[in-house]
Design a protein. Structure first.
Length: 240
């Protein structure tokens, strides 16, 4: 398939240092290419991906006129190439997708950069207003797996699932609570309150898990920082 992936033009893909979304975009592009898809990335001019790159962006970015120019660059490119595209996955400005929404044969998806409620609602609206080709549910998945899957699997409604985090955390509550309380960044009384609310069913498991996960990240960060401090300093000789 011919797939266009759009990203805001502020940070290269993949990023040199900072840029979580840009790193995800880079992994997505590389993964799609490895699976044999024809991918084009619309993004920062310094992006380095194993796919076609369409560089765009106004130099200062922050001014309203610059933002409008960037929207025009993406939207006009998508419109001009709509006949050659099968899928558009946007990690950038949702407004740039509006020119191609009437194209019924084109599958359009959006991953908002900052998923505020209004942006999630807009993305959901974009998804709902897209007609499904021939009334087929999940047409891309069906076309990719049509042979090995029986028809009743295609037509079955979504079942939904979740990993058993709550059960896991209750079974290991002592160890996990201790790890959360070990951080000097937290007030232990507050940590105990969060865990008590979780164990009594008054709070979702994700609140307690966030304390454990963040503390693990801090421990890892300190470990990496200590390793860097212990490395010998290399003498750099200027080249003539």
């Amino acid at each position: 398939m011919r797939i266009a992936v759009t990203a805001d033009p502020y940070i290269p893909v993949p990023p040199r240092i900072y840029g979580g979304i840009e790193r995800i975009v880079g992994l997505l592009v590389e993964g799609l290419v490895e699976r044999g898809h024809d991918v084009v990335l619309l993004g920062h001019p310094d992006s380095e991906v194993n796919a076609e790159l369409v560089p765009y962006g106004a130099a200062r970015h922050g001014r309203p006129l610059d933002r409008a120019r960037e929207l025009y660059q993406v939207g006009s490119w998508l419109w001009r190439h709509r006949a050659q595209l099968d899928v558009v996955h946007s990690f950038g400005r949702l407004a740039a997708l509006f020119p191609i929404l009437p194209v019924s044969r084109l599958l359009v998806g959006a991953s908002p950069r900052r998923p505020r409620l209004s942006r999630v609602g807009t993305s959901s609206t974009i998804s709902r207003c897209r007609p499904r080709p021939s009334g087929v549910n999940k047409p891309l998945l069906v076309s990719a797996l049509a042979e090995p899957l029986p028809r009743e699997v295609w037509d079955r409604p979504k079942q939904g699932f979740t990993l058993p985090f709550r059960q896991f955390m209750l079974e290991h509550r002592g160890e996990l609570r201790t790890r959360a309380r070990a951080s000097e960044l937290y007030q232990r009384d507050a940590v105990d309150q969060v865990w008590n609310d979780f164990e009594s069913g008054r709070a979702h498991w994700s609140r307690s898990w966030a304390l454990v996960a963040f503390n693990g990240w801090v421990e890892r960060l300190h470990s990496v920082a200590a390793t860097i401090r212990d490395e010998p300093v290399l003498e750099m000789t200027p080249q003539p």
